[in-house]
Design a protein around this ligand. Structure first.
Ligand code: SAM
Ligand code: SF4
Length: 327
């Protein structure tokens, strides 16, 4: 599928807006309600939309949420997803708290070889402050188990916040010396009313400076064909990779190959733009495969050339939170 001069081959599917964590940068600060069960796309509906998207050129899928592993019966769903022939890359983004060794083995047996974890701190008490949950140990153990069982690469996403975890940037980066992990530092994106202050946002050049002041100049790593938006580097001699995801300081919209399917069954061509196109209700109302494909194609015509999040004006800030869109 083509949007402007971009080839869209990557579908990011949020299977739930629910989460067992309450990360301060992700969850709304004000009281919020979750989406009614009947309005959430059922697994068979997600699979149908995915199959149609595949016929249009999608080859790569990432499952996200909310927290994907809180949704019941995710494994039978993943099994059917992995059976879709034209998909050659299926991965999952998770907070890791519900992943046991047994579940990781099951994922590997299904053919899922890549996992992204979210971990912003290596200190259990800070972990509790940011996520609202005392689950550091389980998350760390599932990261190590994934590595031991052969998940490759194990990617770790860390949102960096000034005055909160900026003192841990070098220790997070140091994990790449011991393990072949990809540690990806993400710039905080203001989405709706999160509990994070604007001044806490930390940009990549400052993050990189902190790493280089301890480890010396980072070595740029060439991107491979299927790489996402992270700019990749290595500490000299390290086993792993350091990535910077720079939605604010340097947007990567011109390379964006993604379409999102939210748990409400809407297609969202851009994370940072509020345009969404409903595909679930047409599907439930009996639209034909061709009509559904037209909906997918027409949603893509609305994929903006770039986002304007760094305007810092209220109107440029998406009103939906990550849990409802799927980060
Ligand atoms: N629950 C899973 C997890 O935490 O990995 C998957 C969903 S979560 C929304 C996906 C990613 O979005 C996480 O890596 C999280 O750190 C990131 N994220 C959430 N809110 C963000 C924000 N406001 N700015 C930047 N990244 C954010
Ligand atoms: Fe949940 Fe992931 Fe959002 Fe944290 S970042 S609240 S784990 S969806």
């Amino acid at each position: 599928m083509i949007a402007g001069n971009r080839t869209i081959n990557y579908l990011r599917i949020s299977i739930t807006d629910r989460c067992n964590f309450r990360c301060k940068y992700c969850i709304p600060a004000s009281p919020f309600s979750v989406i009614e069960h009947k309005k959430i796309a059922r697994y068979e509906e997600i699979l149908k939309i995915t199959r149609l998207a595949c016929e249009l050129g999608i080859t790569k899928v990432r499952i996200t949420g909310g927290e994907p592993f809180v949704r019941k019966d995710i494994f039978p769903f993943l099994e059917q997803l992995c059976a879709i022939k034209c998909l050659n890359d299926i991965s999952i983004t998770t907070n890791g708290a519900l992943l046991t060794r047994k579940k990781i083995e099951k994922l590997i047996s299904l053919g899922i070889k890549r996992l992204n974890f979210s971990l912003d701190t290596l200190k259990p008490e800070k972990f509790f402050q940011i996520t609202g949950r005392d689950r550091f140990q389980e998350v760390w153990e599932s990261i190590l188990a994934s590595h031991e069982l052969g998940i490759s690469p194990v990617k770790i996403n860390a949102v960096v916040l000034q005055g909160f975890n900026d003192d841990e940037i070098d220790n997070l980066a140091a994990l790449t010396i011991k393990y072949p992990f990809h540690i990806r530092f993400i710039e905080y994106m203001p989405m709706g009313d999160s509990a994070i202050e604007k001044q806490q946002q930390m940009l990549t050049k400052d993050i990189q400076n902190k790493i280089e002041s301890r480890f010396g100049k980072l070595i740029p790593v060439k991107k491979s064909l299927n790489d996402g938006p992270a700019k990749k580097f290595q500490i000299p001699g390290a086993k792993g990779i350091i990535g910077f995801i720079t939605p604010i300081s340097s947007h990567f919209c011109s390379d964006c190959n993604r379409l999102r399917l939210t748990s409400r069954g809407t297609l969202r061509p851009c994370l940072l733009n509020n345009y969404e196109r409903d595909i679930l209700n047409p599907l439930r109302n009996g639209a034909s495969d061709d009509q559904l494909k037209q909906i997918i194609l027409s949603a893509l015509t609305k994929k903006p050339s770039f986002h304007n999040l760094n305007d810092h004006t209220a109107s440029s800030i998406p009103i939906s939170h990550m849990t409802s869109i799927g980060g």
